[in-house]
Design a protein around this ligand. Structure first.
Ligand SMILES: [Zn+2]
Ligand SMILES: [Zn+2]
Length: 143
């Protein structure tokens, strides 16, 4: 465990936070839920233990929406910028790579690739849905 700390924040800066240590996983999610909520073709995710995340400013500006109990999506109520998604059934929080500019993001895997609208031929593993240890089939697709 490293004790490195990274700073992040929303689009307008009203919400700021720090992350300590290193994420459990990093990659790109191609699922329809990520796409329709983010309005972007893929979600660059970093999954952390919840205790790694500390909101240092604007905690009362953080909105939350849960379409399903598996994903509690958080954004800044001032600017609408997206921040994180809590995944209680995994005990992990997805902090979007886009809101932690000084973090050395390095994708390790593509997940939910069967739903992709933006194929990426980058040589990384492509999981049809999710790895087995995350409750998925563990099936890998061709790059
Ligand atoms: Zn904001
Ligand atoms: Zn997704």
């Amino acid at each position: 465990m490293s004790d490195k700390t990274y700073k992040g924040g929303c689009f307008c800066g009203a919400v700021q936070f720090t992350l300590s240590g290193e994420p459990a996983a990093m990659g790109y999610c191609h699922c329809d839920s990520c796409r329709t909520w983010s309005a972007g073709p893929v979600n660059a995710f970093t999954l952390w233990q919840p205790q790694a995340l500390r909101i240092t400013r604007g905690a009362d500006n953080v909105g939350s929406f849960a379409k399903t109990p598996r994903s509690h999506r958080k954004w800044c109520k001032a600017c609408g910028g997206h921040l994180f998604t809590d995944h209680p059934h995994w005990g992990l929080v997805d902090v979007y790579a886009a809101v932690i500019p000084d973090f050395p993001y390095k994708a390790g895997v593509h997940v939910n690739y069967q739903e992709t609208k933006l194929p990426m031929h980058d040589g990384l593993p492509k999981m049809q849905d999710l790895p087995k240890e995350m409750g998925g089939s563990g099936v890998a697709l061709a790059d």
